[in-house]
Design a protein around this ligand. Structure first.
Ligand code: ZN
Length: 201
C-alpha cells in the first residue's frame, strides 16, 4: 500500500476507530474499493500544508493530517458553495472532499466520510441536510453550533452529532480546522440547504 490515497484512507480509518463517538456512529469499512476521480485543486492547498499538523492533535489525528497533505495533489477537492453565499475569502481558504461514499475516492453506498479544511477566522454558515451526521475534529479547533444547543469549542478528538435536518454551523478562530465527518441515512450526497435567516438572527 504505497499510494498516497490508500494511505490516506488507512489513516482516516485508524482515526475513526480511535474516536469512540465516531466508531459508535458508523464503522468505516476496512478495505473499500477505490474509485478513480480526477484530481481537482482548490486555492486553500498552500495554506493547508503550512498550517497543519498543528502539533496539538492525537497521534492518529496528526497522521491523518499528514496523510491529507501527502495526497493533496491527487484529491478531488470541492467548494460546493457559491461566492455569493459564503464570500470570496471563504472560498480561498476552504476545501473538502468525499473520501468514502457513492461518489468518493473509495466506494460505499450507505456511508459517506468526508474531510474538510477551514483556515482560521472563517464562518461556515447555518445549514441543514437530511442525512444524519457526526463531525470530529482531526486537528485544530472549531466552535460548533447546533440548533437547540449552545455553541461549543471542539478541540482535537471532539465530536458534534447532527440529527436529520438539524441546523448546524461552525466557525474557526485563531486556529485552522481539519475535520472528518460521517453521514448515513437518506439524502447522502445531497447539497446542504443554507439557512441565511438563522445567520441574520
Ligand atoms: Zn452537516
Amino acid at each position: 500500500m504505497t499510494d498516497p490515497l490508500s494511505k490516506l484512507y488507512a489513516a482516516a480509518h485508524s482515526f475513526g476507530a480511535s474516536a469512540p463517538e465516531l466508531a459508535a456512529f458508523a464503522e468505516m469499512p476496512t478495505a473499500p474499493k477505490p474509485q478513480k476521480l480526477e484530481p481537482r485543486p482548490v486555492p486553500a492547498l498552500d495554506k493547508l500544508s503550512k498550517e497543519l499538523p498543528t502539533g496539538a492533535a492525537s497521534p492518529e489525528g496528526t497522521r491523518l493530517a499528514e496523510a491529507v497533505i501527502a495526497a493533496k495533489d491527487l484529491i478531488q477537492w470541492q467548494l460546493t458553495y457559491d461566492e455569493a453565499l459564503v464570500g470570496p475569502d471563504f472560498l480561498r481558504r476552504y476545501g473538502w472532499f468525499e473520501l468514502l461514499g457513492p461518489t468518493g475516492h473509495f466506494q460505499s453506498d450507505d456511508l459517506v466520510a468526508f474531510i474538510g479544511y477551514w483556515g482560521p477566522g472563517l464562518r461556515y454558515p447555518w445549514h441543514k441536510h437530511q442525512s444524519r451526521e457526526i463531525y470530529a475534529v482531526v486537528d485544530g479547533l472549531a466552535v460548533m453550533e447546533r440548533g437547540g444547543a449552545a455553541a461549543r469549542d471542539l478541540g482535537p478528538g471532539g465530536t458534534s452529532p447532527h440529527a436529520s435536518w438539524q441546523p448546524h454551523a461552525l466557525r474557526t478562530e485563531d486556529k485552522p480546522l481539519l475535520a472528518l465527518a460521517l453521514q448515513v441515512g437518506e439524502g447522502l450526497n445531497d447539497v446542504p440547504v443554507l439557512l441565511p435567516e438563522l445567520e441574520a438572527g
